[in-house]
Design a protein. Sequence first.
Length: 127
Amino acid sequence: MPELKPIRTDADHDAAVREIERLWDAEPGTPEHDRLEILGTLADAYEATRWPIDAPDPVEAIKARMDAAGYTQADLSRLLGSRPRASEVLNRQRRLTVEMAWKLHEAWAIPAESLIRPYKLRAPETP
């Protein structure tokens, strides 16, 4: 087995991924499984630095949570207090208040940092 070392380049990452694939079915509690866990941690750290993913804006975070959990706009309406308010938030016509963000964080486990990020509202339509 090659020596464990930090992942600093894409080539190092590729080698680590190949080793992870080789060790994928390692039995827990074995040295091979320990190696798999260590390589996974190293690969995750490299990927987070090399290919960072921006957190979604508040509206995208809400929509993603709705999709993942099967929540509907009616569920959001009940949480935020009214159907028009939920519609305005989802359509970027109204900003989330601190109270709305807190309710979403507490009830739907959306990270608070995703809900308090600045975001643009849609410009009002003119007649």
